[in-house]
Write a protein that binds this ligand. Structure first.
Ligand SMILES: Nc1nc2c(ncn2[C@@H]2O[C@H](COP(=O)(O)OP(=O)(O)OP(=O)(O)O)[C@@H](O)[C@H]2O)c(=O)[nH]1
Ligand SMILES: [Mg+2]
Length: 162
């Protein structure tokens, strides 16, 4: 977690899987580069794209799963209703969202929900970890052992100031 531009940097890996031609590559390219390809070729193997995202808020497993219904711009030839999609997602315990890589509907939102969920889970895990708790109690001991506690009131010495 390096400091960059005043914030912390995390690396999240997102795997997009689904039937052929549902729009996985275009969802990624819309998110990472704001590009859409009407004639995109079938992906052979795996493709990688990266994007930097700002998280402005804090966030037991460190995996988040989401069911994405892409091509929601094609309302006139819709085969799966929103309710059907939601129902399936609920059964599987997944977030659900409909997107369009073509007109950009919900593309950023879909990725942001997944990233935020992972971030929340990681943060909770760290806060609950024994090593983090141990570190807190060590700090408390050292504060009680002779450090000028008045500094703590000024906010220059506290467990949360790091
Ligand atoms: N109307 C519409 N077309 C889309 C959308 N997303 C992708 N497409 C089109 O659907 C076709 C397949 O898109 P891809 O992104 O290549 O699909 P894919 O899931 O990566 O396919 P594979 O690599 O074969 O697994 C292309 O012709 C895209 O232009 C969308 O949101 N709306
Ligand atoms: Mg593809």
């Amino acid at each position: 977690m390096a400091e960059a531009g005043g914030g912390e940097e995390y690396l999240f890996k997102i795997v997009v899987i689904g039937d052929s031609a549902v729009g996985k590559s275009n969802l990624l390219s819309r998110f990472a580069r704001d590009e859409f390809d009407h004639n995109s070729k079938a992906t052979i193997g795996v493709e990688f794209q990266t994007q930097v995202v700002d998280l402005d808020a804090h966030c037991d497993t460190t995996v988040a799963r989401m069911l994405v219904g892409n091509k929601c711009d094609l309302e006139n030839i819709r085969e799966v209703s929103v309710d059907e999609g939601k129902g399936l997602a609920e059964e599987e315990g997944l977030f659900f969202i409909e997107t369009s890589a073509l007109d950009s509907t919900n593309v950023n939102k879909a990725f942001e929900i997944v990233i935020r969920e992972i971030y929340d889970k990681v943060s909770r895990k760290i806060l609950n970890s024994d090593s983090y708790k141990a570190e807190l109690s060590v700090n408390r001991v050292s504060l009680a052992n002779g450090v000028d506690l008045s500094k703590e009131k000024n906010g220059t010495l506290s467990c949360c100031s790091r």
